[in-house]
Design a protein around this ligand. Structure first.
Ligand code: PMT
Length: 221
């Protein structure tokens, strides 16, 4: 872009999976590669924003001009984002945050026992919900990964989490969503606002999402 609509703005992006530890050698996680969130951070920086990328464990390189805050668990991600929240203008929650963590993390490696075993889980804090409840001036953009009723659930999350936009990601097919280089999403906003983006490289999609949102907000100057 020739102009820098996000100049002077602070954008916080979360990306990647979280890890919830079971014991020193085992954890619960998901298939997020960080690509979509890193592309969102790269786009924010290209558009002139001071960009903070709160990242779960991934194996891709951070984009240029972005400050990376590495975290592991959902709780660490929550704390890192809250630290930046009051002074943030835009928060983008692309991370695939664990909804549950082991109730207990063992300090020693769990030993095999005869027979079956189970791990008791407890809920993590919903970061997007927390941010929505504490929202002042911030523009809050969430993502939603769904395998069915994608738009219906995205609309539900928009309202329940007090977000301004939800980027609804259909993850029922293997050519989009988790781990891929391209993605297909529907941007969902208030007043039944919906725009589709089909199979774009994640870098290009990220710029298009910012452009579309900033134009609708009257911030594309
Ligand atoms: O990283 P990639 O391999 O490129 O894949 C990209 C992606 C599929 C991970 C990404 O495009 C995506 O859809 N991210 C959101 C995944 C997700 O966790 O969706 P959800 O529907 O479970 O959660 C909805 C929103 O709530 C998300 O913004 C999520 O960050 C947030 N959330 C969820 C749980 C939790 N405890 N705290 C949260 O803030």
């Amino acid at each position: 872009p020739k102009h820098l609509p996000l100049k002077g703005k602070k954008v916080v992006v979360s990306a990647g999976p979280t890890r919830e530890r079971i014991d020193p050698v085992r954890f619960l996680t998901n298939f997020s590669s960080g690509k979509m969130g890193y592309a969102m951070a790269a786009a924010a920086a290209k558009l002139g924003a001071q960009t903070i990328l709160v990242s779960g464990p991934v194996s891709i390189d951070p984009p240029k001009g972005v400050q990376v805050v590495p975290v592991e668990s959902a709780e660490e991600m929550l704390q890192a984002i809250l630290k930046e929240y009051d002074t943030a203008d835009i928060v983008v929650k692309t991370a695939a945050v664990a909804d549950y963590r082991p109730k207990e993390t063992f300090s020693r490696k769990m030993k095999k026992q005869p027979g079956d075993s189970s791990i008791e889980l407890e809920r993590t804090t919903d970061i997007l919900l927390t941010l929505g409840e504490r929202k002042q001036h911030q523009l809050l953009i969430g993502f939603a990964a769904e395998t069915n009723d994608v738009i219906k659930y995205a609309k539900g999350k928009l309202e329940k989490k007090n977000a301004d936009y939800i980027v609804a990601n259909d993850v029922s097919k293997t050519d989009r969503g988790f781990g891929t280089d391209r993605n297909t999403v529907t941007l969902v906003g208030n007043n039944d606002y919906q725009v589709n983006f089909s199979q774009l490289p994640k870098e290009e999609l990220a710029l298009k999402l910012f452009e579309t949102i900033l134009k609708r907000q009257g911030l594309w100057n």
